[in-house]
Design a protein around this ligand. Structure first.
Ligand SMILES: [Zn+2]
Length: 140
């Protein structure tokens, strides 16, 4: 990671890298140079790349953090959708319960209507028997 010479912002990874071999062995090992672009001020600058592996590690960690953020966002969306679905289903269940209650009441009133009709018919049968001279005792 290097600092932008213009604004001091930290730049994580180089845009381009190349190796510079020393002219003489006394100058030390080959250097890795890189072109960096500042993400905040867009300034481009050239500098030696230090701890390149570490920079890559930071990049992959940053990518991972971004990925986790995306996954978290997706999960939040899924959770939101599920909550909405649950809400819809709960409303539907409540409506169905009302419908069932209505049907139950309708069935109950039908049953009581039939019961009173049956009772009326029984009364009619009883009075007809009396008219014809049949008694309850004879019936048994
Ligand atoms: Zn900058």
């Amino acid at each position: 990671m290097v600092k932008c010479p213009k604004c001091g912002n930290e730049v994580i990874a180089p845009v381009k890298t190349w190796t510079v071999s020393p002219r003489r062995p006394a100058e030390g090992a080959a250097k890795l140079m890189g072109i960096f672009e500042c993400p905040s001020c867009k300034a481009r600058f050239r500098t030696a790349v230090k701890l390149e592996e570490k920079a890559e590690e930071t990049v992959s960690i940053k990518n991972m953090v971004e990925r986790i953020k995306v996954i978290k966002g997706e999960l939040m969306q899924t959770l939101k959708n599920l909550r909405e679905k649950i809400k819809t289903l709960e409303t539907e269940r409540a409506n169905l319960m009302v419908e069932i209650e209505k049907l139950k009441k309708a069935a109950e009133s039908r049953v009581s209507a039939l019961e009173s009709e049956v009772n009326m018919l029984r009364e009619e049968v009883k009075s007809l028997r009396e008219l014809l001279g049949y008694t309850e005792e004879k019936e048994k």
